[in-house]
Ligand binder design. Structure first.
Ligand SMILES: O=C(CO)COP(=O)(O)O
Length: 126
């Protein structure tokens, strides 16, 4: 089963909910993990099974990064807010850096997420 991390900064959380709701059938067939607030929102608004780590600013990005380093994640969708400074910017950079270190596909906006999901659909035989 494909293991996908879902993360969204506050200004992008609605976009993440919209994406997961739209592609619910696909996401239901994946193993999902999210940072705390993103995951709780997805769970309550979309009604999909998703495990959570800590909230991003409290270490959640680092926990996701650890999974990337341990090779227990296959893909990351991380809707970053490029217009707002984040107190945990070093953690955000570290997570994205680890995706590059371990060659993990990462989408940081809607268009790239759609392209990654096309790949997921093909893998699932759609
Ligand atoms: O801050 C985040 C990613 O950097 C996301 O964390 P939350 O999902 O807990 O809001």
């Amino acid at each position: 089963m494909l293991r996908i991390a879902l993360i969204a900064h506050d200004a992008k959380k609605q976009q993440m909910i919209d994406l997961v709701a739209r592609e619910k059938e696909i996401f239901c067939r994946c193993e999902l993990v999210a940072t705390g607030t993103t995951g709780e929102l997805i769970r309550s608004r979309v009604g999909i099974q998703i495990s959570t780590v800590l909230s991003g600013p409290l270490g959640g990005d680092q926990q996701i990064g650890s999974r990337i380093a341990c090779q227990t994640l296959d893909m990351v969708i991380f809707f970053r807010d490029p217009l707002t400074a984040q107190p945990h910017e070093p953690d955000v950079s570290a997570l994205l850096r680890l995706c590059d270190v371990h060659n993990i596909p990462v989408a940081t906006n809607w268009s790239s997420a759609e392209i990654l999901l096309e790949h997921v659909k093909r893998r699932l035989g759609y």
